[in-house]
Design a protein around this ligand. Structure first.
Ligand code: ADP
Ligand code: GLC
Length: 469
């Protein structure tokens, strides 16, 4: 597997959760799998060992010297591309919101190093690549396979976690990728005059997957295709949606080390302790625990529906519902929530930044989890919420539609402030009926989205591609 992030080594979003858990689930089913990713500054060099020194990869006229470092984590071998001039930086992709100017070279070198690894330390049948950062792997593989016999029979899969991020670069950067201009055409990497990494992967990979069945359909429509729906339609016979799983070793209210108390569907008493502690942690009014508490854990990006949330401020005037928000990202949303907090400091709490323990405490302490996404390839937080007995309020798109049913959560369809407002009112009203609410919580907690089922689907896809299925 080739990816740019994986838990516990580096994470900016759900991609890292997936790459951190799927390989282990595949290994449990007998697959032999390794992951290759950059060695960022967050990964201590001295905790890794040497796997291969002085590999030279060529992107354009420039030779890049990289080492491969390695470490086994939860039974899975990780290879780390050691290239300090590219990866020993504070951020993964950007510095305080501004993309690194050499991202095209950084992830071209990741792809080339992955192909190098496949010919040295880890010969493999399948190269399974994730998102635009790994999307040049199938491109280079096709480019090199005639001269590198070890790659000829290797199959490539590209998993699209989010079509909103395509890796688009100016055409003047194309020569730095080391591909001849024959690759820069409208049926290959060229896209409205730019270079588009994801498109390159989409047209060259043997198979494409995305992270939910509904999103697989949505991305083939003009509304959901981010300009690439035509390309995806042309590959519809090699495109499947496989729903993500979640790692219940990490997300389990019965054992979660970040919580002040544990609980289960049988004994929910610990959840009230978690709620009280969470309200106190945010400095909110904790006198009456029967007020509904709404939680948000999110990247502050338009994708997540914050433009709708902006329109329902008056909801907090009209009801006694409380709100806790954890997130980071776009300045305008940070300002919005900070303003809300100043407006009602005992009712609305905000924590800006990245904070994994707090994400767990919000999942446990909140009564409702709000995720009104504009689009959502899969979404993991709503699935964590189910297990924590925190009822999701979601927009019925992508993986949200596939994982939340009317009996476990609240869904609305139209992307409008009115639809969100009505649904939230309905949910907050339903919360007052304690018995029905507890039933709803228990139904959600009993749902099983563990990785095994998803990993089996990937395994059968691998077998099929290798002619063994
Ligand atoms: P996306 O990948 O689009 O951001 P997902 O729902 O798939 O959305 O995954 C988001 C992951 O990132 C979850 O594991 C969530 O808990 C975590 N996360 C998001 N924002 C934060 C934050 N500010 N602090 C801690 N964890 C966060
Ligand atoms: C992306 C998507 C999210 C998905 C995650 C993991 O970041 O935005 O919906 O859950 O990838 O596949």
């Amino acid at each position: 597997m080739v990816a740019s992030e994986a838990v516990p080594f580096a994470k900016s979003g759900g991609l890292a959760d997936v790459v951190g858990a799927l390989p282990a689930a595949l290994a449990r089913q007998g697959e032999e799998v390794a992951v290759i990713m950059p060695r960022y500054r967050s990964i201590p060099w001295h905790e890794t060992e040497s796997a291969f020194d002085n590999m030279v990869v060529y992107a354009g006229a420039t030779p890049y010297r990289v080492d491969l470092r390695t470490q086994v984590h939860r039974g899975v071998r990780f290879f780390f591309v050691e290239a300090p001039y590219f990866f020993d930086r504070e951020g993964l992709y950007n510095h305080h919101g501004t993309d690194y100017l050499d991202n095209h070279k950084r992830f071209a070198v990741l792809a080339l190093a992955a192909l190098g690894a496949a010919q040295t330390v880890f010969p493999c049948d399948i190269l399974h690549c994730h998102d635009w950062q790994a999307a040049l792997v199938p491109v280079y593989k096709m480019d090199q396979q005639h001269s590198n016999p070890l790659l000829t029979n290797t199959k490539t899969i590209l998993t699209i976690h989010n079509l909103g991020y395509q890796g688009r670069f100016h055409r003047t950067q194309f020569p730095e990728l080391g591909l001849n201009w024959g690759w820069f055409t409208a049926d290959k990497l060229e896209y409205y005059g730019d270079v588009n990494f994801l498109k390159g992967g989409m047209v060259t990979a043997d198979w494409l997957t995305t992270v939910s069945p509904t999103y697989a359909r949505e991305i083939q429509t003009p509304e959901g295709g981010f300009g690439l729906d035509g390309v995806l339609r042309s590959r519809s016979d090699a495109l499947t949606g496989i729903l993500n799983g979640v790692d219940y070793e990490e997300w389990n209210p019965e054992t979660d080390p970040f919580l002040p108390a544990h609980y289960s569907a049988r004994d929910l008493s610990g959840k009230r302790i978690c709620k009280k502690a969470l309200l106190e942690e945010f400095g909110l009014d904790a006198a009456n625990l029967d007020r509904p508490l709404i939680g948000i854990v999110s990247r502050f990006a338009p994708q997540k529906g914050f433009d709708l949330i902006a329109g329902i401020r008056h909801f907090f005037e009209e009801t006694d519902a409380q709100l806790v928000v954890l997130g980071s990202g776009e300045r305008r949303y940070v300002q919005m929530f900070e303003e809300w907090h100043r407006w009602r400091p005992r009712q609305i709490g905000v924590w800006v930044g990245y904070n994994n323990p707090l994400a767990h405490r919000i999942e446990a302490g909140a009564d409702l989890f709000l995720m009104p996404s504009l689009y959502e390839p899969c979404g993991l937080n709503q699935i964590y919420s189910l297990r924590y007995g925190t009822v999701p309020v979601v927009r019925a798109v992508g993986g949200l539609d596939d994982t939340i049913q009317e009996d476990t959560g609240f869904k609305f369809h139209e992307y409008s402030v009115g639809a969100l407002y009505d649904t939230l009112r309905l949910a907050a009203g339903a919360y007052r009926n304690r018995d029905a609410w507890t039933e709803r919580m228990r139904r959600g907690m009993s749902k099983d989205y563990s990785w095994d089922a998803s990993a089996r689907q990937y395994s059968s896809l691998y077998a099929k591609l290798l002619g063994r299925g």
